[in-house]
Every structure is written in C-alpha cells, then in structure tokens.
Design a protein around this ligand. Structure first.
Ligand SMILES: C[S@@+](CC[C@H](N)C(=O)[O-])C[C@H]1O[C@@H](n2cnc3c(N)ncnc32)[C@H](O)[C@@H]1O
Length: 222
C-alpha cells in the first residue's frame, strides 16, 4: 500500500512502535499504512462524521485490521484519552480548525506527546498558536502532492512561549530549507501574499508588514 506524498510525509514523522491517533481520518489510509508497515503498534482512527468513519471501517476491514485499529466517532480528540495515543496526527484540515482541536484537548500539553499537523489553509494561524501556547516545532518539511504544495509540522509541548515573527508565521522552519519542495512552498506563500497586499492601503501598518515579508521572500530567490 502506497500513500500520497502528503500522507507519506505525515507518516515519516510518526515514531516507531508508537500509539497513534489519526484525527479526521476519513478513509483511514494513514493508520492502515502505519499498522501494516509495522511503524505503529496501535491506532485510533477518528472522524466527526459518520460517512468518513464508515469509509475508514471499510478500508480497515478490507485490510484485515479491524482488531488492530479502533474507530471512533469523535469531534477532535473528545472521545480519545491520553493513554490511547503518543503521536497524534491532524491532517487535511484548515489551520484554524486544527487550533480548535488542540485547544479542546489540554492533555496534549505533555512533552511525551508528538503532534503531526498538516494544515490545508491558514498555516500561519497554527504556527502563531503553537509559539504562543508553548509548543516547540521540532521540524517542518514541505512536499508536493498532485502538483500542490503542503507543509507538515512535527511539534511537542515544552511550555516555553516563543516570539513568532511574521516570517516564522508564514514559513516556519522552512525558512532555511533549500529543498525543492520547501522552495516551492515559499514561492506559493509569496504569490498569495502578493495578492493579499493589494487589498491594503499603502500607508497602513499591515501593508508595511506584508511588504517586508514579500521583500524577504523575494530576497531568498536564486
Ligand atoms: C479532507 S479530510 C482529510 C482526511 C485525511 N486526514 C487526510 O489528510 O487525507 C478531513 C476529514 O476531517 C474530518 N473532520 C473535520 N472536522 C473534524 C473534527 N472536528 N474532528 C474530527 N474529524 C473532523 C472530516 O469529516 C473529514 O473526514
């Protein structure tokens, strides 16, 4: 079984032999892959909607893993307890929804837990939240899947509040990453910022901040 690049990157951040929870699992591709490959020992596949959870159950059953992967109808981590998961994957959702899910599960503020986060939109809000709330980004990598650019964040709680510069909000740990995937991610962000800045008055503070950010990203071009 092969995962697309986006889920494969999420999978690569999972610690070996860990207990994982996949929040918003849909077809449960990730937990099925992780259990089948032997990378994870136990898995919980959760989704807030019945339809996607049915997709998950079907895929899990077809792979003969119904006794290894628990499925739960759950809003975020509401129905999952701390002792059920070490590595928590929240992928394929907006950054603001990922923030809400983390906020609603205070037990994630524990240094033994790893969060693997893959925002589809508003990644800057997620990075800002992580910095403010004491989550350290251990690493972040970019990938390209179906011609689209994504970033996956691996983080853990250490309780230290961090400054979050505009550059860090938008490109996080990819700032010094010169890989083709990271360069592509930064290019896409820069293009979005160039569109966004057109909606601001040239004299405004927000315009200046965005302009500085665009200048910074432009200066990183080859
Ligand atoms: C686009 S799919 C992503 C599937 C998979 N995680 C991936 O990255 O390919 C988003 C899934 O998240 C689920 N979802 C949305 N909000 C959720 C929440 N609050 N708690 C759990 N699942 C949620 C949706 O029902 C949907 O199945």
């Amino acid at each position: 079984m092969k995962l697309d690049e986006r889920l494969a990157l999420c999978a690569s951040f999972v610690r070996e032999y860990s207990k994982i929870a996949d929040i918003g699992t849909d077809h449960a591709y990730l937990p099925v892959y992780l259990i089948k490959s032997g990378r994870a020992d136990h898995a919980v596949a959760a989704d807030v909607r019945v339809g996607p959870l049915e997709n998950a159950k079907k895929n899990i059953s077809e792979n003969g893993l119904s006794d290894r992967i628990k499925t739960v109808l759950s809003d975020g981590l509401e129905k999952i307890s701390s002792d059920e998961a070490d590595d928590i994957v929240i992928a394929g959702m907006g950054g603001e929804l990922i923030v809400k899910i983390i906020e609603a599960a205070p037990w994630l503020k524990n240094s033994s837990k790893h969060l693997i986060l893959q925002p589809m939109t508003r990644a800057e809000e997620l990075r800002e939240y992580l910095c403010r709330e004491g989550f350290r980004i251990i690493t972040e990598k970019a990938c390209i899947s179906c011609k689209k650019s994504y970033s996956v964040i691996l983080c853990e709680y250490d309780g230290a509040e961090r400054e979050c510069s505009d550059v860090y909000r938008y490109i996080g740990e990819l700032d010094n990453d010169k890989s083709m995937e990271a360069e592509r991610y930064k290019y896409v962000i820069n293009e979005k910022l160039k569109k966004k800045i057109k909606g601001y008055n040239e004299g405004s503070e927000e315009y200046k901040r965005l302009n500085d950010l665009i200048d910074y990203l432009d200066s990183g071009k080859e």
